[in-house]
Ligand binder design. Sequence first.
Ligand code: ADP
Ligand code: ZN
Length: 711
Amino acid sequence: MLDQAQRILKDVFGYDAFRGNQAAIIERVAGGGDALVLMPTGGGKSLCYQVPALLRDGLAVVVSPLIALMDDQVATLDELGVSAVALNSTLSADEQREIAERLRRQEIKALYLAPERLVQPRMLAFLQRLPIALFAIDEAHCVSQWGHDFRPEYLQLGQLAELFPGVPRIALTATADKRTREEIVQRLKLENAERFLSSFDRPNIFYRIVPKDQPRKQLLAFLAERKGDAGIVYCMSRKKVDELAAFLTEQGFPALPYHAGLPSDLRAYHQKRFLNEEGLIMVATIAFGMGIDKPNVRFVAHLDLPKSLEAYYQETGRAGRDGLPADAWMAYGLQDVIFLKQMLSNSEGDEQHKRVEQHKLEAMLALCEETRCRRQALLAYFDEDLPQPCGHCDNCVDGVQTWDVTEPARQALSTIYRSGQRYGVGHLVDILLGRDNDKIRQFGHQHLSVYGVGKALSEGDWRTLFRQLVARGLADVDLDAFGGLRLTDKCRPLLRGEVTLELRRELIGKQPKQTGGPSPASQLVRAEERDTWEALRSLRRKLAEEHGVPPYVIFPDATLLEMLRSQPRTLAEMGRVSGVGARKLERYGEAFLEVLGGGAQGEAPRVVTDLRHELISLARAGMTPAQIASQLNCTEKNVYSLLAEAIGNQQLSLDQALDLPEELMMEVQDAFLDGEGELPPVAEIAEQFKGRVPVGVLHCVRAALQSEFEL
Ligand code: ADP
Ligand code: ZN
């Protein structure tokens, strides 16, 4: 079975090897078992049910929560030559009837639909009359009431277990935590599912967190190295989103706003443009995210602090789904902390809930102030142990300077205390630096013992220190006193001199590195390759427009990049590029070869093995011999003889190759098996089926029987 899976991987999807757990998962599901798949974004979850769908007879039913996701997947399968449809509310009654008819005729391999549609009694009854290959439940964490994506309709999917006994079910999610996992198993009745847990590391993402100083300027510096790349910039408020999108566009970085306050059609339009155009920046609140399958998002930038590591991981995870280098960049400052604490204290909910949220915020702050590898810290939070520092985050690459802040921290805390625990950082720093101004004199703060004791440090150093004290919980923001700082119980040991404190040292004002990874993702392509790269991209864009799909559905960036590097000269060579399956080779191979330097001049010799590959994948995708013949531009007779050959080699099953009513099939098989010993030649029984069954079919059936007997 794995051999066959491998062939489908190459023929249909154009890939050479399975990744991670894919092979094991596919074996499990294709063999009829249930599976729970936990895999990070970009890990390749779709193949885990698409390949078993092609290996098994019958219809694969895929449950997905969002129309945008479904459309994307259907377009992708369509481009691969696999017949797939999405049933959703945007279809007219006529269109729906037509789909039902095609389903009944078993012309469709994969059906995508929303959970609420699947669990309608009529739909369930309809599906019960069809052969079903498998159920795939995507974004399975939507069944969890604890998560933020809870969808009540998902709760009803548990009934599939009883209604379709023996049909394998596979649930997939990128949400890792244990509680959600157990809830999925229980609510979807997946007690017998084998669990496949992948590492949640996203090795291609470079993490960097910088102290917020002049955020817009810092962002522009980051973007300057990424001109032409698509990315997302997250901000907290709608107003900020609108303003920043306008500002970036003005500065020559085309950007669109996205937040819940925009009319829904405008939102949808912006989303569509982000998917279909290259190099657009989406400036968004967290309303933007789920359902964004765009694989070539090259960076995610945060100008405001997410409220938890879960949110940070999920949001940054939208970068680099395609596995190519990507950046997660964030600027963070004390104001963020104050703002989030404010939100927390104003939020609804009981004390326990607030305590949990408070905890999550602290974990987020700890990552910002982390002095060791960011990736290790991030994964540790999700209970995953990365044994070595990653070498691919700011802390690993730049190193972190730490300093013993025991003494300055005590001075800072004591300044908070002596001034009455109600002033903000600006004023506290003025006291420490011994500044003379109205506010100082108004409150008589020039008489405090701490006045002017901190002149050894700069204003920036003090600000950093206060931020870190808050982040570490040694001081707290008093929200009732307009953000004034006050002491917490946690600072006592430090004030009493019982402990020392070491913190990261930020080089404020000393040109800290603000940018992303060692080499930004946009520099994937070397200068001398630029022209060809742009030509490949513009061909892809043209084809995408013609087909009405996003460019990455034609070919992902990784595939274009491999074309650029391996410079295929012939169709056969092109077929070896990862991501070029038989169908895409046939449709687009020539055009891309041409861009790559003249390409195949005139008539490209059609290599026979290529034809076979194509034929097999077309048959697997559910095309009839007649359709295949017209697709490949050859006679039906030829198609049948190649099909028979493929069946004989066990590259195809009889069901995949032919679409014959069951009874007729039995009759043909019986005719062959009637005699004793050797199978009779086709000619001997041809007369009997004249006018009812094409001779080619007889050849195929004979080939199948023969290979069966030889086993
Ligand atoms: P997920 O749903 O887990 O976020 P996808 O299924 O969208 O991930 O896959 C992410 C990208 O990786 C897609 O472009 C997909 O075609 C590609 N991919 C998946 N499996 C493989 C593989 N075995 N070899 C090469 N590319 C793969
Ligand atoms: Zn690291």
